[in-house]
Write a protein that binds this ligand. Structure first.
Ligand code: SF4
Ligand code: SF4
Length: 716
């Protein structure tokens, strides 16, 4: 049985231990790099956005009718001789399968890979009931012998080295195995398992599809063991989640177009097996296989009725949301999920394995959106993860002190800004130049990986009237959405913008009633506060009055564009404003390239070598990738491509405070990649990333690069 800590302290200790495992970090990193390339290649020539939208739509149309689809499936399957069962809980599913085994005098059971069987802990149950169960997928067999759960949904033993596998196989076979002879070890597994197949009385599999129209199940596998499990033994039981029901073959094939491509970068997996009814079977007394399908509910039907979380049932278990997750890449699946791994694991754990198992892991999310960007079914994973966190807070009725403070302060703009101004005075004893150098005890050594910036003496809003000129006949009227960091920490980023836009005859305005965008509140599960500040901001900046709403902060921009509709979509009278805001919102680089259409002759060519960090909320949140890079080159600088430019820098707002070791490791990798380019300056377009990167650069030893917001360097 898998154990996952429910308290943050134990969980953080587990994470720290995992970070020490250099083999794990290197393996997952290499795998992620290879996965990215093979996935891109596999989807070449396919309109991925359309495919995702079609799969999502198909799933969303099926999810409200899972019980009807089940009834149709049952009727068709029973007509061809399959016995169909329904299990409301994991225990019920395991008991039904054990009963089937007993009724058929089964002693030995072989299993194909099935996450649903992992979910119910089927092996444990069957073994307690006296059956001999053998996993036949190579990775699953390995972890079964090690008494572990899978660390990845597709590659369950990815956390193990060749050496560890060789040691295990040496123990099992009694013969020394060479860790460098992978083919030799595969042969050992084949030899051992072949005999097990021949002796098995019953085969258990999962299914990737259950087609209601025909009563067919579909299995997508790579090793061929699935075919042996379903054909050789005289009894076959498939354990299938309700969420695998699709109306027809067309729906299944649409998913199949994405599943292997998104899981392993294959155009199609080695085996795709469709089973409609029991096949002839010579080892069966009546010459025909006994076939059962057990449909598992275990919370799925309730989930299907939930207006927000039902999207999680779209999941097709491709595992991609783990492959790209920067945290998973550092700590592995045994620490980033419970039974289900990766971003979807942080969500499903709550619904399938309970609050205790979900409580700690659900906090470990940077909101970097890498998972959302690769999900072939379009699940808004980061949003649902925050939703689970919020639900746990609500159910437990415990509001952390920091949440209470945030609610009180952030909901009241005047109080919030008053406190920020006071912070300038309060920080004096620990401030040194632009950094806080001598922080008090509650900033433990764990937070020493970056230096924090000082609060600016004069916030942007206080200098605005003085610095921003009135233009006679401007080309555009633009409202600047500052965000807290630009307003109170880095006003110089906006000064650069003001100078630049004046030269281009653009009237920039700074509506004074604007406040924090509300993202920190949402990250902490305080949706009510996030909603309140969203209303304040929409009142402060009426999009109808401007040609564009420009922001220098990618995180604010992405929150305004993506989350305001979710927070305010139903709000009376605000729906239209939200749509206007979405349409007019623009980041700095897109404004320069697409609106002002800046040209190289407008700049003094410096030839400065510049590396770029793509903020998560710009490249994935706002979908802006080309413009910042183009702007760097148009402005006469040399753009030096860094490895993993679009991987999170580890900031994630309060994440970097809660999980400093993870944040520090991501930052270390980011800075090393930037340095390896030989660039003089590291440029980005989010003040949050500037805070993280500049603070990390200040703390590190050796060569230090300058870190600048793109507006600053362009302004120069
Ligand atoms: S948002 Fe980022 S950190 Fe969070 S689960 Fe997704 S990939 Fe991982
Ligand atoms: S949530 Fe999406 S990316 Fe993650 S396993 Fe499911 S389908 Fe794949």
């Amino acid at each position: 049985m898998i154990t996952t800590p429910s308290d943050l302290k134990t969980y953080k200790n587990d994470l720290k231990r995992a970070l020490q495992n250099q083999f794990l970090g290197a393996t997952l990193d290499n795998f992620a790099t290879a996965f990215k390339a093979s996935r891109t290649k596999a989807f070449e020539g396919i309109d991925l956005d359309t495919l995702i939208a079609e799969i999502a739509q198909g799933k969303d149309e099926a999810i409200p009718y899972l019980e009807e689809l089940f009834a149709a499936f049952k009727a068709r399957a029973e007509a061809v001789g399959i016995k169909v069962h329904i299990a409301r809980t994991a225990f019920e599913a395991n008991s039904i399968i054990a009963d089937i085994a007993r009724a058929n005098q089964v002693k030995k059971i072989v299993k194909g890979k099935s996450m649903t069987a992992e979910e119910t802990f089927l092996n444990d149950h069957l073994e307690k009931e006296g059956f001999i169960v053998t996993e036949t997928d190579l990775g699953e067999w390995i972890i079964q012998m090690r008494h572990e759960g899978p660390s990845h949904m597709v590659m369950p033993a990815i956390h193990l080295s060749r050496k560890e596998v060789a040691e295990l196989f040496t123990k099992v076979t009694g013969q020394v195995q060479d860790p460098n002879d992978i083919n030799g070890m595969v042969k050992v597994a084949r030899r051992e398992l072949r005999q097990v197949f021949l002796e098995a009385d019953m085969g258990v599999t999962g299914a990737n599809f259950a087609i209601a129209e025909t009563g067919t199940i579909g299995l997508v596998t790579n090793e061929g063991n699935g075919r042996l499990v379903t054909t050789l033994p005289r009894v076959h039981v498939a354990l299938v989640g309700f969420d695998k029901l699709v109306p027809d073959l067309k729906s299944a094939l649409r998913i199949l177009k994405a599943l292997p491509r998104n899981a392993t970068g294959q155009l199609i997996s080695t085996y795709v097996t469709w089973i409609t009814g029991p096949t002839p079977c010579t080892s069966s007394p009546d010459g025909r296989k006994e076939m059962h399908i057990v449909f598992l509910d275990n919370g799925r039907l309730a989930l299907a009725r939930d207006p927000l979380f039902s999207q999680a049932l779209r999941c097709i278990r491709c595992g991609a949301c783990a492959n790209v997750c920067p945290i998973y890449k550092l700590v592995g699946g045994h620490n980033y999920g419970h039974v289900y791994i990766g971003a979807i694991g942080l969500i499903l754990t709550y619904f399938y394995h309970g609050r205790e198992n979900a409580r700690a892991i659900v906090k470990a999310c940077l909101n970097c959106q890498a998972c959302k960007a690769v999900c072939p079914t379009g699940i808004d994973l980061p949003y649902l993860i925050k939703g689970v966190y919020r639900t746990i807070l609500e159910v437990e009725g415990k509001t952390p002190v920091k949440n209470r403070l945030l609610k009180r302060v952030m909901g009241n703009r005047k109080l919030f800004h008053f406190l920020l101004r006071r912070a300038y005075l309060a920080q004096k004893p620990v401030a040194e130049g632009e950094y806080l150098r001598h922080l008090p005890f509650f900033f433990s050594s764990e937070h020493g990986f970056r230096t924090l910036p000082v609060v600016a003496k004069t916030p942007l809003r206080d200098m605005w009237e003085r610095i921003n000129p009135r233009l006679e006949k401007p080309r555009y009227r633009v409202a600047l959405f500052g965000g807290c960091l630009v307003d109170f920490v880095y006003p110089e980023q906006a000064l650069a913008l003001v100078r630049f836009l004046k030269d281009h005859n653009v009237q920039l305005e700074y509506p004074m009633e604007q406040t924090c965008c509300g993202l920190p509140a949402m990250m902490m599960g305080e949706n009510e506060t996030a909603r309140d500040v969203a209303v304040q901001n929409l009142k402060a900046i009426d999009p109808a009055n401007y040609d564009y709403i420009l922001t220098l902060c990618a995180s604010c921009g992405s929150h305004l564009k993506e989350n305001y509709p979710k927070l305010l979509g139903e709000e009376k009278g605000l729906g239209v404003k939200v749509e206007q805001l979405k349409a007019k919102l623009i980041d700095f680089s897109s404004f320069m390239i697409n609106v002002l259409k800046v040209k190289p002759e407008m700049f003094r060519k410096s030839g400065k070598k510049v590396a770029y960090h793509a903020p998560c909320h710009l490249c994935r949140g706002l979908g802006v990738t080309r413009e910042p890079r183009e702007l760097i080159m148009v402005a006469g600088m040399e753009y030096c491509t860094a490895t993993d430019e679009d991987v999170c820098c580890g900031f994630g707002g309060s994440f970097s405070v809660d999980f400093p070791e993870i944040s520090a490791e991501l930052l270390k990798r980011k800075l090393a990649n930037a340095e390896a380019t030989g660039a003089e300056v590291l440029v980005t377009d989010c003040p949050g990333c500037v805070l993280q990167l500049r603070g990390g650069m200040d703390q590190k030893s050796g060569r230090k690069m300058e870190v600048k917001h793109i507006a600053e360097i362009i302004g120069e």
